[in-house]
Design a protein. Structure first.
Ligand code: NAD
Ligand code: MG
Length: 388
């Protein structure tokens, strides 16, 4: 049901770091893609600007209070404007688009993505929290509906690209690379004094605030281990993390003959975004190229999980499974937003997550409803700890 050769893309979270870069990819490839649906949480200004430029059919603003503003600004266009969380979920189920780019941040991305899968829509998945919270249900739905979930996260895109042509060859293990973030090599006596603005400076990537903090605490790599488990159907002991500060190798796959494939390039999210949107095609572009005469050293080291305890907590959640990743994710979202508002310190984020993981009741095989409940319970408990 694609209209001619153009893929109609629904960007959920179009005003974010991933969303705006996806629109750049669309703009450079107007014969291949159109922006059919654009959604934002509260940034009405940017959403309006994007809608005037890309002429989508549907625009959704999450925040009801900004509805009138968006509707009025777009009254001379063909765009239908909706507001609120329910509208976001309903639009995901509509038939008017070909591919959802799931680029909302956090738990809020789960329901729209599930609705899209249930409607038989392929997903280009940036929103890793969706798989951390309810990966079993999300992947089962995709399998039952026979629709692909194509990773956008650079590590998972790398692995996905390494797996092209390897359908019959099992993975021995994957090696997820991590930049180490801005505090690589630092110890707790340094981290205890880290403030928000310092943690928001990532050495290699410019991203949204939440994932930037997750990268500084290494929680991002923990979330990515769980994301990889579901995307590639792996056992926890098949997922290894290695620190690679240059962010040139985006991740690797080792096969049963010991051969390792890596995917490389300069760190630029537009490449995995474009790859996911155009899959199985590769599309020519003018992004800067890697020059091995300038990038002469690639280094690797073990992650320091004693200092960056979030990664150890995520490994525990990965190993135990059930609703523990969901609980961890909820506590982490609360902790990160509290840190961003200067309510707690850098190391206190870990304490909040650990205590919440100990407190909320463990379920080995939760239903979707039970995931929602565990998320709510964990959020309340974490917020109480911080006295929000
Ligand atoms: P961001 O904060 O820059 O943008 C988030 C988008 O989601 C915005 O459009 C915002 O309006 C929308 N949004 C936020 N909360 C919402 C809510 N409650 N309801 C509806 N919409 C909401 O985030 P980002 O950096 O673009 O990241 C998006 C997702 O992609 C995250 O899950 C992140 O982990 C993942 N990701 C991002 C990058 C990156 O380079 N930025 C890389 C890999 C993976
Ligand atoms: Mg990543």
């Amino acid at each position: 049901n694609q209209s001619g050769s153009t893929k109609r893309i629904a960007i959920f979270g179009s005003t974010g770091s991933i969303g705006t870069q996806a629109l750049e990819v669309i703009e450079a490839n107007l014969g291949l893609f159109t922006a059919e649906v654009l959604t934002a949480n509260s940034n009405a200004e940017l959403l309006i600007e994007q809608a005037l430029k890309f002429q989508p059919n549907i625009v959704v603003i999450g925040d009801d209070n900004r509805y009138a503003e968006v509707r009025d600004a777009l009254k001379n266009t063909d765009a239908k404007v909706f507001a609120g969380e329910k509208a976001l979920e309903e639009v995901a189920s509509m038939d008017c688009y070909d591919l959802m780019l799931a680029a909302i941040v956090g738990y809020a991305g789960l329901k729209p993505t599930l609705n899209a899968l249930n409607a038989g829509k392929p997903i280009a998945l940036a929103n890793k929290e969706t798989l951390v919270v309810a990966g079993d249900i999300v992947m089962r739905t995709a399998y039952e509906k026979r629709v692909p979930v194509i990773p956008v996260d650079s590590e998972h895109s790398a692995i996905f690209q390494c797996l092209v042509g390897e359908v019959r060859n099992p993975i021995e293990k994957i090696i997820l690379t991590a930049s180490g973030g801005p505090f690589l090599g630092k110890k707790p006596n340094f981290l205890v004094n880290v403030r928000r603005d310092h943690a928001l400076q990532h050495p290699n990537w410019s991203m949204g605030a939440k994932i930037t903090i997750d990268s500084a605490t290494l929680m991002n790599k923990g979330l990515e281990m769980i994301e990889a488990k579901w995307l590639f159907n792996l056992q926890p002991d098949q997922i290894e993390v290695v620190i690679h500060p240059q962010s040139i190798i985006h991740s690797m796959v080792q096969f049963q003959d010991g051969s390792i494939k890596a995917q490389m390039g300069l760190p630029d999210m537009k490449l995995p975004i474009q790859y996911a949107m155009a899959f199985p095609r590769r599309v020519a572009n003018d992004f800067p190229r890697l020059d091995f005469r300038k990038t002469r050293t690639l280094t690797f080291e073990e992650p320091d999980v004693r200092t960056f305890r979030n990664l150890a907590l995520a490994m525990e959640a990965l190993n135990k499974g059930g609703n523990l990743p969901c609980i961890m994710n909820a506590a982490n979202e609360i902790a990160v937003y509290a840190f961003l508002r200067n309510k707690i310190g850098f190391l206190e984020m870990t304490d909040v997550i650990e205590k919440t993981m100990e407190k909320v009741s463990f379920l080995q095989q939760p239903s979707l409803e039970e995931y929602y409940e565990s998320d709510g319970e964990a959020r309340n408990y974490a917020a109480d700890l911080i006295q929000l």
